[in-house]
Structures are given as structure tokens and as C-alpha cells.
Design a protein around this ligand. Structure first.
Ligand SMILES: [Fe+2]
Length: 389
């Protein structure tokens, strides 16, 4: 029986408190002339962009800054604005040789999208789906400020097409950034609600990767460790933004969960959360926090008993009884989301009952459905949305 796995990661990952100090050495080897920084105004006011500017100046690398991204979701219009900026900055002598994204998932995803269209042409909408990108994009360095979407190291870009109210998934190994920086020094100013939503995004990545049909022993170990760490440290990181130990642990959980889902894929939590984000534009991780218990219960019939037990252990409990383990997992997730003040129901985050059928039809088309352990119908999605309503 064929059982192979492609394990895809950025070439170099600078990780830990103060890891940014190694970026100059990495850049030196490239002999770069010009880079485009893709970020938002908040990253500039926090001084994070200035840190990177100093590095570029010391290396005599010229740069421009596109700071036109707004949060919480990356949209086609931000990508188009970034591309216009990119084209204006081109000249015969010194073209951009690199894109540097500074921020969380929204900024990394916009930068990935700009980098694709810059070398492949057309519109970012042309690349929706799996493996539609045919030429390597501009190489990307992603300097991450959240823990996190995992976008700094994955081969996915999630971009909202407002004309269809759809969050497109663009997936291709070409999108993998070349170098990542995960330095908690860039994460201490994360607002509380971002710590909660991005922190729970980590948990949902790890759970979905662990129960995915494409899970492997490699992705399993990263996923389980990410869950262990997040259950212990996310409430601490949420309570006290200056708890550098908790921030560092969550940074590792983010990397582990991202390595897991980048290679094992995701499932129905993300298929559904992407639609909610496309329709109502609120925070991705909070949608996940509401959805995970319902989707896990739905999936549990198709998850092997041993995996349910391991998940239960990773959340700090143990039992010999499968149905008790399922209850413990669901209860543990609800207790975690309550601690970090994620809403309990989707109606608190904009869901309208009349939209459920369209959202369910769109969720069926999201590429994350392919690795969910249990196959559902439109009616199944509708009943999941209704349960979480
Ligand atoms: Fe996510």
C-alpha cells in the first residue's frame, strides 16, 4: 500500500528570543540590492519595521515599505494595492529581489499573494485552489509577530474575495517562504484578543492536523506537542502579555502546529471558518474556537480510538472509555475557550441563520474538506452551523 508523505518547510527558520540577530548573516549571502517590505501601519508604530530597516541599511540594501494592509482579514484589494505599489517601485537598475513580510497571518498571506502575481501575472483570483501557481514567486522572508496563524511558514495563502464573500485558499509549495523569523521580541505587544484568537488558531491547526486523513508520524508528534503546550500556556499568555516564557512556548506551539497542518492538511473547522470570515469578516481563530467542539463531535465516529485517547492525554486527562474521552476533549476545549474569552456561539460573531445554506455550499468547495476524517454532505454542514449558531 502506498503511504508516502512530502514534508515541506521553509529553508531556514530563525527561532527564539533574539533570533532576529541572525537575519543579517542570512541576507548577506544573497547579495541583494532591493527589497519590498509588506506590512501595516501598526507594525510601523510599534517599531518592528524600524528594527528590520536598520538591518537593511547596515547591509546597504535599499527598500520600500508597503503598509496598506488592514486587519483582520487579507483581501484581494490589499493584494492589488500592494501590486500597484510594487510596480511603481520597479526600475531598470534595481528591481525588487525579495519580499519581507512583517506582522501576523494577514500580512504574510498578502505578501505571498503579491509575490505570486509579481512573477506569474494575472490576478490573485486566478490562483485559487491547489497547485495553480506555475512559476516561483519572489522569495519571501516572513518576520512573525503572532502565535499564530502559521502563515509565516506554510504553503497556503488565504485571501478574501469580497465580490463573492469567499475566503480563497491558494495552495502551492511555491508559496513557502524562504526564511522565517519567530522571535518573541516581536510578539510582546500582541493585544489580548489577538493572543486569544491566534492562540486558539494554533489549537485548531493541531487538532485538525492530528485527525487528518494525511497525518503521518511526523505531523502527529508536532500536533500533539502543540496541543500539550497550548493547553498549558495559552491561558497564561492571554492573562499576562509580558509573560515572555508563555509567549515563547506559544511561539513553539504555533510553529509545531503549522509544520503539522502544512503537511497533513486541515478539516471542516477551517472549511467552515473560512466561509464565516468571507461573509462577516471577524477573527478567524474565534470562529474556530466556537466550531471545534461541534466538528470534533461530528468527526469522532471516524477517528480511531487510539487517536482519541492520545488527544485526551495531550489535553491533560486520561480514561479507558472512548465516549468519555470524547466528552473530556469537548469539555477541555470549551474550558480553554472560556478562559481566553472566545464567544460561545456563532451568532455573537455575525452569523445570520438565512446565510447558513450558502455558507454550507461554499464550505463543501473549500480545499480543506479533502483531509477531514469524516465525509459530510451539505446537510451535515448546515446542521453543524445550526448547532454552533
Ligand atoms: Fe487557521
Amino acid at each position: 500500500m502506498e503511504n508516502t508523505h512530502n514534508f515541506i518547510l521553509p529553508k531556514t527558520n530563525l527561532i527564539g528570543i533574539g533570533a532576529i540577530k541572525d537575519l543579517p548573516n542570512e541576507l548577506l549571502a544573497w547579495k541583494l540590492s532591493k527589497a519590498l517590505i509588506v506590512t501595516d501601519k501598526n507594525m510601523i508604530s510599534l517599531g518592528y519595521v524600524e528594527n528590520v530597516e536598520k538591518i537593511l541599511k547596515n547591509l546597504f540594501i535599499s527598500y520600500d515599505i508597503f503598509d496598506g494592509i488592514l486587519h483582520p482579514n487579507p483581501t484581494v484589494s490589499f493584494v492589488e494595492d500592494g501590486l500597484s505599489y510594487f510596480k511603481k517601485g520597479l526600475n531598470v537598475l534595481r528591481n525588487y529581489k525579495l519580499i519581507i513580510s512583517i506582522g501576523g497571518g494577514t500580512n504574510h498571506d498578502c505578501a505571498k499573494a503579491i509575490a505570486i502575481v509579481a512573477t506569474n501575472g494575472g490576478s490573485i483570483i486566478d490562483y485559487e485552489g491547489y497547485n495553480k501557481v506555475t512559476k516561483p514567486p519572489l522569495p519571501q522572508i516572513s518576520i512573525n509577530t503572532t502565535a499564530g496563524s502559521g502563515a509565516e511558514l506554510t504553503m497556503f495563502a488565504i485571501i478574501v474575495d469580497n465580490s463573492r464573500k469567499v475566503k480563497m485558499t491558494i495552495a502551492s509549495p511555491f508559496l513557502t517562504p524562504y526564511i522565517t523569523v519567530n522571535d518573541p521580541i516581536f510578539m510582546t505587544t500582541m493585544p489580548k484578543e489577538v493572543t486569544a484568537s491566534s492562540g486558539f488558531d494554533v489549537v485548531s491547526h493541531a487538532i485538525e492536523a492530528y485527525v487528518s486523513t494525511e497525518a503521518s508520524p511526523l505531523t502527529d508528534s508536532f500536533a500533539l506537542d502543540a496541543i500539550r503546550i497550548a493547553f498549558e500556556y495559552l491561558p497564561r499568555a492571554y492573562e499576562n502579555g509580558n509573560d515572555l516564557e508563555a509567549k515563547e512556548k506559544m511561539m513553539y506551539a504555533n510553529i509545531m502546529a503549522a509544520m503539522a497542518f502544512n503537511n497533513a492538511g486541515l478539516g471542516y473547522v477551517h472549511s467552515m471558518a473560512h466561509q464565516l470570515g468571507g461573509f462577516y469578516g471577524q477573527t478567524h481563530g474565534c470562529y474556530n474556537g466556537i466550531l471545534v467542539p461541534y466538528v470534533f463531535e461530528f468527526n469522532s465516529a471516524s477517528i480511531p480510538k487510539q487517536r482519541i485517547m492520545k488527544l485526551c492525554e495531550a489535553m491533560g486527562a486520561s480514561t479507558q472509555d472512548t465516549s468519555q474521552a470524547i466528552d473530556i476533549i469537548i469539555d477541555s476545549i470549551r474550558r480553554l475557550t472560556a478562559k481566553i474569552e472566545i464567544p460561545g456561539k456563532l451568532r455573537e460573531m455575525g452569523l445570520k441563520e438565512n446565510d447558513i445554506e450558502t455558507l454550507s455550499q461554499n464550505a463543501m468547495k473549500d480545499i480543506t474538506v479533502f483531509t477531514n476524517p469524516r465525509k459530510g454532505s451539505v446537510e451535515d454542514f448546515m446542521s453543524l452551523f445550526k448547532s454552533a449558531y
